[in-house]
Structure formats: C-alpha cells, structure tokens
Design a protein around this ligand. Structure first.
Ligand code: GTP
Ligand code: MG
Length: 258
C-alpha cells in the first residue's frame, strides 16, 4: 500500500521469512493455511523451495511477508543458507507426534543462531496438534476449520508412534511443556499449531510481526534499496502450487490476513 504522505517509502514493509524443519512436519501446510486458508491431506514434498507472499496488518503498519518454504528432505539441507540469509524471521517447525523432529528443529535453531541475521526473529511451531487434541484449543486461530472432514494424513501417524492402543493424546511424543521450556531458554516464540484446523497458525505470523524491528528494516531499506530489506530473492525455482495471494484479504487489525 502506498503512503504518499509519509515520504518515499511504502508503508507495507517487506519481511523475508523462512520456514525450516524436518521433512513432512507440515511446513508447506502451515504456509498454505496462512496464505490461502486451505489444507491438503496429502501434500507432496517440497522440492528445493517454494515462494509465497502474504500481508499481515497490525494496528499501525502492514507487513508483507515474503515467505521461503524450504524442503525438509536432507538432500536439500545445503540449500538452506540461501533462503535464511538476510531473513528477518524464521519459523522452525516440528511435529508434536514425532520426537526426532524436535531434535531436528533444535539443530536448525542452532544453525540460524550461528549463521543467520543476528536480529532474526525465530518462532518454534509444534505442528499437527490436531492429532493429539480432539477438541479445538481456546486459542484457536481465526483461520477456519473447513477441512475437519478430510482424511487424516498418513504421514502424521508414523510407524514409530508410541504406546499402542492409547487415545489420541498417546500420539503425542513432544510434551508441550518440554518444547515451551526449550523455546524460552533459546529465546524463541513458541506455538503449537495445526495446519489442518488452523489452530495457532495466524498467531505465529502475527506475533512475529509484532517483534520485527520495523524501524531498523525501514532504515536499511532506505540505505540499500528495496531488495535490502527482504534480502533479495535466491535464485530458486518457484514450485508449482506456490501461490501469491499477498494483495488480497485485508481483515482485522492486529491480525494477519487469512
Ligand atoms: P517437506 O516439503 O518434505 O519438507 O514437508 P513439509 O514439512 O512441507 O510437510 P507438508 O506440509 O508437505 O505435510 C506433510 C504431510 O503432513 C501432508 O500429508 C500434510 O497433509 C500433513 N499435515 C501437515 N500439517 C498437518 C497438520 O497440522 N495436521 C495433520 N493431521 N496433518 C498435517
Ligand atoms: Mg514442504
């Protein structure tokens, strides 16, 4: 959105955000929920990375997220620095039904803290919480839940699921408290999410938006041109299915647009 009155800079601040995490934890699904308010029960693995945008409106500003959704398969690991370089925000995703995915998330956080922008805002997201919480959380997202009738995802109940015969809660391999404690210690925002129901998804992007040092970005934008803030775009393929809905949907203030 242009804002002629405030001078030369567009009020919509571009923020480069990268998603990282083990394969099949639901990174693309979280983004699809955020950008398009959709869920696909059998989403195909990402190859390389996908690029999407979405706006996020806060009370006094509009952020335009430029989202790099990376591929979690190990063979793509070496590409990651290209996507997190100059990123102002990262969402590191794990699967609450798979303990090893939290370990992988921790290693991504370490890598980000060592090698990414020192001011990067990092959020940890424990996804697929619908598999362990039959009833929607009171902090549920505004993102809708039209896909409740979709089949449960096959990858969401891996063969290493714990204690056979238990109820839905028995699928949980990462206690919320454990992940929360780790996040607090590491200085991360923390959310449990469900791309399937929408729970927690908008909240992640809204809370990140509130923590982003906008003035700093604007200053560097003025100094470095438009690509300065977003860090430019890596020369990666745009995966088919990556959608750009960044210009639509303007809703409540202080909430991202989905
Ligand atoms: P890579 O691109 O390979 O790194 O995977 P990813 O992390 O992007 O995972 P993706 O979004 O492709 O999701 C993997 C599978 O998990 C898909 O079949 C999704 O439908 C399913 N899935 C994703 N999020 C959720 C969720 O919140 N709940 C449930 N039940 N299934 C989910
Ligand atoms: Mg993916």
């Amino acid at each position: 959105m242009a804002d002629a009155a405030s001078g030369s800079v567009d009020r919509s601040v571009q923020v480069k955000l990268v998603l990282l995490g083990e394969a099949a934890v639901g990174k693309s699904s979280v983004v699809l929920r955020f950008v398009n308010n959709e869920f696909q029960a059998n989403k195909e693995p990402t190859i390389g990375a996908a690029f999407l945008t979405q706006k996020c409106r806060l009370e006094d500003r509009v952020l335009r997220y430029e989202i790099w959704d990376t591929a979690g398969q190990e063979r793509f690991h070496s590409l990651a620095p290209m996507y997190y370089r100059n990123a102002q925000a990262a969402v590191v995703v794990y699967d609450v039904t798979k303990a090893s995915s939290l370990e992988k998330a921790k290693s991504w956080v370490k890598e980000l803290q060592r090698q990414a922008n020192p001011n990067i805002v990092i959020a940890l997201a424990g996804n697929k919480v619908d598999l362990v919480q039959p009833s929607p959380s009171p902090s549920g997202a505004t993102a809708g839940s039209e896909s409740e009738d979709e089949a449960d995802d096959a990858t969401a109940t891996p063969g290493d699921a714990p204690s056979p015969g238990g109820g839905e809660e028995s699928l949980r391999q990462v206690p919320r408290e454990e992940a929360q404690a780790y996040a607090t210690e590491a200085g991360l925002l923390f959310f449990e999410t469900s791309a399937k129901s929408g729970e927690g998804v908008v909240e992640i992007f809204t809370e990140i938006a509130k923590k982003i040092p906008i003035e700093h970005i604007l200053a560097s934008t003025r100094g470095a041109g438009r690509n300065g803030a977003a860090g430019g775009r890596p020369n990666a393929s745009r995966q088919e299915g990556a959608v750009n809905l960044g210009e639509n949907q303007a809703k409540s203030k202080d909430a991202c647009n989905c």
